[in-house]
Write a protein that binds this ligand. Structure first.
Ligand SMILES: N[C@@H](CCC(=O)N[C@@H](CS)C(=O)NCC(=O)O)C(=O)O
Length: 208
């Protein structure tokens, strides 16, 4: 299998899952800053021109959440449970995409991606709007996590990887977590996983 990635938010989920599962993938760096994601070879794998993407023989798969589930299924891992917990995992994946990371992602884009790639000044109205929405949904997440260690059942699932994906950059992205201590404790638990702390391969030219 080949996992196409760049060291940004959505590929992070797929790379964490691959590392955690010790999936037999070759990591392929796609440099978004050089437009490698818009080249015909890559568009043949993902017509959206976005990372992550996975190939497994003739099969190609895109969307980070789907890739996490695919890798977990292939590994026979319980982070993609095969019982009624699966509905809860899908619920949190969906909720996260539509609500939590939807707004946290705006803050990540404005405060992390824009300065990193020289994309101009932060958009203050967009930040204020995202912060307001985020507070509302962070309260739901915090409440849920105040009585449990993980989002679904009593074990780690891909829903945790997906929903927490902005948290490693929470300070830089100015994601307001100070009022949500259960989210902080949950992220501390994820930080105990090496795959979570170090999701991306060390690249020779970067390592020097
Ligand atoms: N819904 C997609 C989003 C993927 C995505 O937006 N990837 C970004 C990097 S974090 C990207 O490739 N952006 C390049 C572009 O849109 O040109 C997923 O979950 O995988």
């Amino acid at each position: 299998m080949k996992l196409y990635y760049f060291d940004t938010l959505n590929p992070r989920k797929a790379c964490v899952a691959a590392r955690y599962l010790k999936s037999p993938v070759d990591f392929v760096h796609v440099d978004l800053s050089k437009g490698e994601n818009r080249k015909p070879d890559f568009l043949a794998i993902n017509p959206n021109g976005k990372v992550p993407a996975l190939t497994d023989g003739d099969r190609s798969l895109w969307e980070a959440d789907a890739i996490m589930c695919y890798l977990a299924d292939k590994a026979g891992s319980d982070i993609w449970p095969r019982d009624a917990r699966q509905f809860d995992v899908v619920r949190w994946l969906s909720w996260n995409a539509q609500h939590f990371t939807r707004h946290a992602g705006v803050l990540y884009f404005e405060h992390v991606i824009k300065p990193r790639f020289g994309l101009g000044e932060a958009n203050r109205p967009a930040i204020d709007e995202a912060t307001g929405h985020l507070r509302r949904f962070a309260a739901v997440l915090n409440d849920h996590l105040s009585t449990r260690d993980w989002l679904v059942g009593d074990g780690l699932t891909v829903a945790d990887f997906a929903t927490a994906v902005t948290l490693p950059d929470a300070d830089k992205a100015q994601i307001p977590l100070v009022d949500f201590p259960a989210i902080g404790r949950w992220h501390d638990r994820l930080n105990q996983l090496e795959a979570w702390r170090e999701p991306f391969p060390v690249r020779a030219e970067v390592a020097g």
